[in-house]
Design a protein around this ligand. Sequence first.
Ligand code: SF4
Length: 349
Amino acid sequence: MSTNGNKTEDLLEVKNLQKYFPIKGGILQRTVAHVKAVDGVSFTVKKGETLGLVGESGCGKTTVGRTILRLTPATGGSVIFEGQDVFKLNSSQLKALRRDMQIIFQDPYSSLDPRMPVGESVGEGLLVHGMRDAKKRNEIVIEMLRKVGLEDYHARRYPHEFSGGQRQRIGIARALDVSIQSQVLNILKDLQAEFGLTYLFIAHNLSVVEHISDRVGVMYLGKMVELTDRDTLFRDPLHPYTKALLSAIPIPDPTIKRERMILQGDVPSPVNPPSGCRFHTRCPFAVDICKTVEPSLEELKPGHLVACHVAKEQVAEQKRTMGIGAAITTPTPEPPVTNPSAARPDSQS
Ligand code: SF4
């Protein structure tokens, strides 16, 4: 996303976003159920920041990205980009917006059409932006591919013919805005520093997200379960699901051992998600209330939003304990001074 602002102003505001995919059945192919891929997700992305969105496959993170861009229509909620309601834009306004708003997926393979040579995929954005001259478009595509370290002939190849790293480069080439084509850019952070870009970085790999993000949102089964700044998330995760994801990251130092938190079972079906907390069927800390009452995403600590009954109780307990500790260690206040001049050792009477 292109921006020239600072990190205090919201560039993107996603409110209660929902995306349900209908499931058709029977002879008449009526809608018999819905896959609730995204079910009430809210967050903001500030100008110039990188928000990482993580979670297992099927958690809805990619659908969030696609829905924000209106690559797939939303079922509910709203997306505000630089003050504009994205869901209310007409097609020409949307085209204009897409010059400023692109999404980088960690696995660009999922964002490339497998039936389309990558040259066409890369050039698609130029076409959308009104560049009808095929020759000129092709020249720019070749230039973009070269900038990210690929060869001219790669334009005629299909996505499955590339390695993961090459696909990543194709993704970057696709995301290069027409206004910055003349620059040689192949590192996202450099792009951001130089052009004040804002990223919504969607990935399933927490290590990658840690490297690039300012803040991180963790999704589980269509819901945002934790959202905070990167350092807090990796140092002091509060949601059990985040803790489990973090415990699975290998530590390069063999002398450091981390206790692995193995989650039981598979991710439940988003067609019929569990009642209460959607994570309760796999959560080692679940208590009775988790099965019936859905926890809301609440700011348990400054800037640290979590959707978990137990974490909420733990944080409240910590605050109570700290409150008592502070009361014990706070020095007894001095009695009020009734004669100010008597209280000042250097006072002259
Ligand atoms: Fe686990 Fe309950 Fe917290 Fe859900 S609300 S994450 S089930 S402890």
